[in-house]
Design a protein around this ligand. Sequence first.
Ligand code: SAM
Ligand code: PRE
Length: 243
Amino acid sequence: MSDGSDRIYAKPHSQLAGFRFDQQVVDVFPDMINRSVPGYGAIIHGIGQIARTQVTQGSLVYDLGCSLGAATHAIRRGASAQPDKIIAVDLSESMIERASAHLDAFVNPIPVQFVCADIRDVEITNASLVVLNFTLQFLAPDDRQALINLIYEGLNPGGCLIVSEKIHFEDQSVQSLIESLHLDFKRANGYSELEISQKRSALENVLIPDTLAQHYQRFTKAGFEHATTWHQELNFCSMVAIK
Ligand SMILES: C[S@@+](CC[C@H](N)C(=O)[O-])C[C@H]1O[C@@H](n2cnc3c(N)ncnc32)[C@H](O)[C@@H]1O
Ligand SMILES: O=C(O)C(=O)C[C@]1(C(=O)O)C=C[C@@H](O)C=C1
């Protein structure tokens, strides 16, 4: 039985498979993401604050790639208007199972519908807020623009999209400096060199980061006229685009 601490890569793996959001990741996910992503807690808190003004009466809210629903619960706590519901989508059955099982522990009048599906197949409509919190980076790069276009079309006027991502820097010196600071962050959170290097290999070709410029170009191409980065810590940032 797991105590919730992430030791997935603590022992040498003879064959390293690509990273997957399976049951063993579900069992340690909160610990893993907090120890791996600088600013994760602040971003979840900020999503709740953005929800306070952005979520509108009778609209729909989408949490795409919801994992265990951390952003969903922040939105429920933060929203000051009553949306129809939050549609929280994830492709991992294990994630959706665990998120659904724990829903009743969070008492709140805003209904949540957990859906196990590919976010590329979800119909987005009447949306006041759409969240992609560290999800877009796992989609094939060629599929990213089409998803942002669909989200733009499904947002109500004034509606907003939050995209949090691991980012890559075009400038090699900046990339190496920030990357080494991120490795220090992981070490300071108790990950060994073996854990860090095995996780890095597992994420190769699975998590493909864009540059900030690529994100902004994508927003503009979809039709968004307003976008900014509202949070950044090292190579992890959160952007907001408003229709
Ligand atoms: C880093 S986690 C997201 C964390 C979560 N949003 C949070 O705030 O805690 C990425 C999630 O995206 C999901 N995912 C990746 N590709 C997906 C896709 N094509 N459709 C639906 N979910 C996807 C994974 O299963 C995983 O649970
Ligand atoms: O880039 C890394 O080293 C990570 O561990 C990042 C990351 C992410 O951004 O989603 C990858 C997988 C886990 O979900 C937790 C964190």
